[in-house]
Design a protein around this ligand. Sequence first.
Ligand code: MSP
Length: 631
Amino acid sequence: MKRYITTPIYYVNDVPHIGHAYTTIIADSAARYFRLKGYDTFFLTGTDEHGQKIEEAAKKRGKSPKEYADEISAKFRSLWDEFEISYDKFIRTTDPEHIKGVQKAFEIMYNKGDIYKGTYEGHYCISCESFFPESQLIDNEFCPDCGKETSIVKEESYFFKLSKYQERLLELYRNEEKFVLPKSKKNEVIRFVESGLQDLSITRTSFSWGIPLPPSINDPKHVMYVWLDALLNYITALGYGTDESLMHYWPADYHLVGKDILRFHAVYWPAFLMSLELDTPKHIATHGWWTRNGEKMSKSKGNVVDPKAVADAYGLENFRYFLLREVPFGQDGDFSQKALIDRINNDLGNDLGNLLNRIIGMSGKYFDFEIDSKDVAKYHQNELDAMQQILDSLDGLVEDMKWNRYLEELWKILTIANKAIDTYTPWTKMKEGKEDEAMALVALVANILAKVAVMLHPVMPKTTQTIAQALGFTIDRNAMQRLIEQKELLEAFTIQKIPPLFPKIEEPLMVEKKQEKKEEKKEDLISIDDFFKTSIKVGTIIEAQEVKKSKKLLLLQVDLGEEKPRQIVAGIKEFYAPEDLIGKQVCVVANLKPAKLMGYVSEGMILAAKDEDGLSLVTPEAKKVNGTPVR
Ligand code: MSP
């Protein structure tokens, strides 16, 4: 059995942050889990170093793109090394083997007729390295993904015949139920593909920091689109197009990705692979975003969480546990020190750490640390069965990347142990002279801790090894086989004292830079009294005419049930013909100070909702008496 797991390759225009650490730590936990299961596992990570964004970032710093990429790539690598990420290969898209492999893939797709030359004109976002159709832009100008300004780019380009693969992609989604994980995310991919795939522009001429086309095509103006280059890393890392020595790991079992890059992995990537006649990956496992006080993290807001600072302050493994436990896989999560501290003090300190301390204490006090499991089944078959049922469910949760559920289930096993102590109170058994029952209980709990430690090992490798040491064994493949797969108990063993693993944290250990953000948010909220200061009423438009010389304004008379109609100047001319408005009911802000617009006094404001599809007036769902208040 083999497992091939990848992280996205990280752009070198930014230093690592918590989002990068999250993907990498999930992938690392999965790789460690699969190795413990005895699977032949290959875990890939690396950096994505080409493209206009990197070229520009380097220029700003007065460096060549390669110099700059070397520097940031090394930062990623050294952070992962410091975090003891167990990657088998760290790929860089500037590696010569990668470049050769990408050129080879391009050549194959070209020779097959899946790549052709044409012209591209479109709105391009440099930051996302993506083109967007006008319909998707915000205010006709800004990128729908990152909100930055886009520019119109017209250039000669090679295209990949993505449209040709539309049906095969849909078939893939239909046949492979778990192609996208969590399953709930698959629908958005299907909708995107069903809405019609356009061929994909896969080369650029507007900058030069990219992989040149293969020599056989000889078109030096062009470099490859960074996403084509980047996605292919997953096979070039295995030697595709060069020595092919690791290609037996293909197809990937898990591509871990953030939700922002799902489309690239679930649509473009399988289409490229179909063109190359290679298998498609088994799962695109998609996680959500980490936010700060509900906001997206960004350098400009100064709210980016530095994973190294968190690990230094709170302990790397506690941080790993928190990341995996705190949010359901696929959903967004908010990072706060409070949430992290709660997890450490409660889950780790109280539930796990205290249980271990209690068992060390009792084993010392009653049995001089010498424990024997021989009577566990005799007195505690129910507890063993309940634990086994949970243990049996864990594998499926990892296969679905549901790490938070996985940890939740493991903690249920700890509850069984804590409950058993409270129910069977070994101290009374000792008083009653029922030493073998007390021993069975202590041994039960020690065995529960041993099994939990083995299963928690992928997430907390060192801490669990310390727990195992206290229980007189070592976590390795053999322990996994014996304690989990063959359901054995530790036989007779000596417990060792260890210092407390999770000292209580009383207050935040990191100084927060940007506390003001929170307060600003509070100020945005209004009280109900503030809201009621605005008088909104239902009215009927009884007259409508154009305001001459104005592109936007209409002059309306609106009956608000008052003595005479209100005159309102509304900026809706682009969306409504005057004659269509007569008789329409609308919602009007009735207590605004009158204002003059293009020479006309306006005695109120009409409410409307506007997005990229246009403007709609807010109207009551059923006809209401004019003057009815809206609240
Ligand atoms: N270079 C591309 C990936 C190419 S893979 C063939 C890229 N790089 S990235 O550095 O911008 O992002 C890498 C990963 O980090 C993505 O999966 C992205 O979702 C993740 N994160 C970036 N910010 C994040 C958060 N705030 N929270 C969680 N993950 C997010 O995209």
